[in-house]
Write a protein that binds this ligand. Structure first.
Ligand SMILES: NC(=O)c1ccc[n+]([C@@H]2O[C@H](COP(=O)([O-])OP(=O)(O)OC[C@H]3O[C@@H](n4cnc5c(N)ncnc54)[C@H](OP(=O)(O)O)[C@@H]3O)[C@@H](O)[C@H]2O)c1
Length: 267
């Protein structure tokens, strides 16, 4: 087992812990020495980590976070644990032309990407403020920075995540609080995200943009998100930083055309 700091009874919570980026965050947090509460609709995959980190408490909480009541249950259940980090990572997209995409899937995505994240962020910030310590890490996206024809509602949901997190983190800094809400903004990662977002099983991942390894992204982004005092959000990787810069300077119509051409060809 990898060496780690002794964080005794400290816990980190990760939503969307069963696979993809969330699973990599779980591995990284265990490596750093935290006990873990992993949440997803099916957390069976965490059994592997339980075997690997047998001296750590790893809780598997199976909940569908798009069902609002479940978020309340989670907050209540968290009361018994010494939590320092809460990562709102669970999320997915609904790809397609807005006039054609499935409204029920979009509403469910909003319940997960926005409503659940909003509620859990507020409740954890209130709890962390009592001890003046703790971090909520919200998973936004490079999609937070621009509207996206052909993937409109997903990008809009990530713009919400970014806007909320940056504003709340600024409030906390102004209040001289040690509590933080850090928004991490990954570029494309090779996970199951695209299968669900395109509503196709085993959809081939297509991207003309260089993709960072999910484990590398988890390690890099977590390191910054845990430590930073002043940053509101984290963008890592040269191409992501370049895209972020360029969208600030080029006309909006150019960005919209580029995103349209990129997203339209993805299926
Ligand atoms: N992949 C990318 O290119 C990319 C880029 C930027 C940002 N992101 C963001 O990164 C985050 C993680 O995505 P990923 O790429 O790792 O996708 P993923 O591999 O599909 O993982 C999504 C995770 O969320 C969980 N989840 C989905 N619906 C849920 C629900 N209703 N309730 C509870 N848990 C739920 C899934 O577990 P269950 O299915 O067991 O519930 C899974 O653990 C998302 O917020 C996504 O928007 C991804």
């Amino acid at each position: 087992m990898p060496k780690c700091k002794n964080l005794d009874n400290k816990y980190a919570v990760v939503t969307g812990a069963s696979k993809g980026l969330g699973y990599e965050y779980c591995k990284e947090l265990l490596r750093l020495g935290y006990n873990l509460i992993g949440i997803a609709r099916n957390t069976e995959s965490l059994e592997i980590l339980k075997k690997e980190y047998s001296n750590r408490d790893i809780q598997r909480w199976d909940y569908d976070l798009s069902v609002f009541e479940n978020n309340k249950k989670i907050v209540d259940k968290c009361i018994g644990y010494e939590i320092d980090i809460f990562i709102n990572n669970a999320g997915y997209g609904v790809w397609g032309f807005f006039s054609e995409s499935d409204i029920d899937r979009e509403m469910n995505m909003i319940d997960l990407n926005i409503k659940s994240l909003h509620y859990l962020t507020k409740k954890m910030i209130q709890r962390f403020s009592e001890k003046n310590f703790g971090r909520v890490i919200n998973v936004g996206s490079m999609a937070s920075f621009t509207p996206a024809p052909v993937f409109a509602s997903y990008y809009a949901s990530k713009a919400y995540v970014f806007s909320l997190g940056v504003a709340v983190n600024t409030e906390l800094k102004k209040m001289k609080s040690k509590v933080r809400v850090i928004t991490v903004c990954p570029g494309p990662l090779k996970t199951d995200f695209w299968n669900r977002s395109s509503n196709q099983k085993n959809a081939k991942y297509k991207s003309s943009i260089k993709v960072m390894k999910t484990s590398v992204y988890a390690k890099k982004s977590l390191k910054i998100a845990i430590k930073t005092k002043n940053k509101n959000y984290v963008v890592t990787g040269l191409s992501n930083k370049f895209i972020k810069k360029i969208t600030k300077w080029v006309p909006m119509s150019w960005t919209l055309n580029s995103v349209y051409n990129y997203q339209r060809k993805r299926k």
